[in-house]
Structure formats: C-alpha cells, structure tokens
Design a protein around this ligand. Structure first.
Ligand code: 8YV
Length: 332
C-alpha cells in the first residue's frame, strides 16, 4: 500500500527515528547532501511533503521545485540558515528544536569561559608538547572565574541558563541585555538589565547568546569591542556573524580585549589559516554547542515529533511560523 506522505531526511537521524518516519511515510534518507547527490536530493524533494534534518541547505529556487512541501523540520534551534521569508510566502511550516539543547549549550558556554579565563587549552598544549619544565609562574597564570561580572548579551533560554550557572555556581554578578526585563533572573539571580554599551563597559566576561538576524548582524563590531575592558573575554556560542570577525581579531591582537572563546565563526568549518586558530588567547571549538550524544538524540527526536505532529496530527509543536501554515486542502 502506498503511503500518503513522502519525507526527505538529511543527516543525524537514528535508525529508530527513521523507522518511526517510515511507518507513515515513504522516506528518502541522505547521510549527506553534496555535489555528487544533489540531483537525487532534488528529485526526492520535488515529491516531498516534509523535509527534516540538521544543517539543511535550502533556498527559494529549491523550494520552487518542491511543490508538495508543507513542513520543514530543522534539527537546530537556530534557523538563520533557512529562507524563512520564502517559506512564509509558500505557507510552509518551519519547526525547530528549542529547549532540549538549552542546558548543554549553556554548558558549552561555561566550558569556553573556564578555558579562556584559566588558559586551559594553551597550558594543556604546553604540557603535551613537553614544555612544562619549571614551576609555573605568573606568565602562565590565568584570571579568576568566580566573582567576575558576567554579561549575557541576549538573555533568552540559553542566556538564562548561562546566567544561572554563573550566579549559582560561581557567585558571579550577572548583567544582561534583553528586549524586555526578566523578572525571574532579577529575583532569583540578582541579575541586572543593561543597555548593550553599559554591559560592555562593565562586564569581565561578555557572553553572546542572541539569535542571528538582521538586527544582530555585527552587533559586536569594532565600536562594541572598544568598549570592553582590556582585561575582558568574549564568548560566542551564538552565530559567528553576530561578531565582526576581523575587528575581533584586531582587538585580540592589539590587547583591546584579553581573550575569546569561540564556538561559532563567520565561515564554518573555520579555515585552518584563520588567525583565530593561531592565537594563544583564543579558544576555538568546532560549533559543538549542542553536540553531546544525549542532546543531539533529543533534538533529532523532537524534530521527528515536530514533523509527524505537523503532517499527521496537525499539531505543530515548536512552530516558528504557524500563522502562515497552509495545509493543502487535499490532505484534510
Ligand atoms: C545545530 C545550533 O546543531 O541548534 C542550533 O542552532 O547551532 C546547533 O545546535 C547546528 O546548527 C547544526 O544543525
């Protein structure tokens, strides 16, 4: 018996998750999509009602070749890589995976905070390379983590989870920016809301946790970096393009700021010749914000539930644009 739906799945789904999709739909699964199989992917997409996957590459021209598409379910909380305007115009539902990655991504931010304050990567490399020959002196000292003022740029779900770790675990005074005040953060953590410029002036550690969009493009530019204390560190677990990367490199080189811990970059994978890979005061990780076994499994499962909920149950969870969603009449 032919199934009612066709789904294209790309990357990062377990066998059990693919099976769950297969129970109700014909599934075309792609471990990856690149030049070698792009034509096959487009053929599958041209018949698909649903598309699910991580790091989906989709543009308006591709959407035009997918007339049956009703739901795109991304295995990520961010959707800046997807053409939301075009999806809206077509009435295609977009679902994402918030919440399930919040705590892990906050853990990643703290790993970068610890690493940059205490120079963990630089000093671990020194030990590995046989460079630990004498007692450690001031030239290898780091700076404290506890009690430093933590500035959260964007106190959404992930920003709030970072703030909680800082306040409750490390006794850090918390400053935050947000479009509206966050009474829970203020009451439980003693956090204080600031304008961005004031936060940059005051914080010892500035942690970026805003989504990327037109408003946050280069939010941290040369001017913003110049406001930071020369002793401060910048942590970015959001998106590379929130920061003017050449301006950051310059600030790190010239001592405008002390250090940076970066999980995200303008170009990913980060080119190996980027100056960021060669600076002792920079810790670079390969976009691992949510990359734990448990969290990636939960994200994929939520994306499956989102897709099936939308297609079959007509009950979109975590919908980014539910107001524009038009289920085609023939499917009702
Ligand atoms: C994703 C992320 O896994 O969820 C996000 O927005 O940045 C990561 O957790 C990554 O974008 C790949 O899909």
């Amino acid at each position: 018996q032919t199934k009612k739906w066709r789904i294209v799945a790309v990357r990062r789904l377990s066998e059990a998750q693919l099976e769950a999709l297969s129970e109700v739909a014909e599934v075309d699964y792609f471990e990856d999509v690149d030049e070698s199989n792009h034509a096959d992917f487009m053929t599958a997409l041209s018949k698909a009602h649903g598309l699910i996957g991580g790091k989906l590459e989709l543009n308006e021209a591709m959407l035009a070749e997918a007339p049956a598409l009703q739901v795109v379910s991304t295995i990520s909380v961010g959707y800046d890589h997807l053409p939301l305007g075009a999806l809206n115009r077509r009435g295609i539902l977009l679902c994402n995976t918030p919440d399930v990655l919040t705590e892990t991504t906050a853990d990643t931010a703290f790993a970068l905070i610890m690493a940059t304050q205490r120079r963990l990567v630089e000093l671990a490399n020194m030990v590995r390379e046989g460079g630990w020959r004498a007692h450690i002196g001031a030239e290898h000292f780091g700076v404290d983590v506890h009690s430093k003022t933590l500035g959260i740029v964007g106190a959404g779900r992930i920003g709030a989870a970072i703030a909680r770790r800082g306040a409750l675990g490390f006794g850090m005074p918390i400053l935050y920016t947000a479009s509206s005040s966050k009474p829970a953060l203020e009451q439980h953590l003693g956090a204080q809301r600031r304008e961005l410029n004031d936060l940059l002036d005051e914080a010892d550690i500035v942690c970026i946790s805003v989504p990327y969009n037109d408003d946050t493009h280069h939010l941290i530019d040369a001017h913003a970096l110049a406001r930071m204390k020369p002793t401060a560190a910048l942590i970015n677990i959001a998106r590379g393009k929130v920061v003017d990367e050449p301006a950051l490199i310059e600030a790190l080189r010239s001592g405008g700021i002390r250090a940076a811990g970066l999980d995200v970059f303008v170009e990913e994978p980060l080119p190996s010749n980027s100056p960021l890979t060669a600076m002792d005061n920079v810790v670079t990780t390969p976009h691992i914000g949510s990359a734990t076994h448990e969290t990636r499994e939960a994200m994929a499962q939520l994306a499956v539930d989102n897709l099936l909920g939308a297609l079959i149950g007509c009950e979109p969870i975590n919908a980014v644009n539910v107001n524009v969603w038009r289920r085609s009449a023939s499917d009702d």
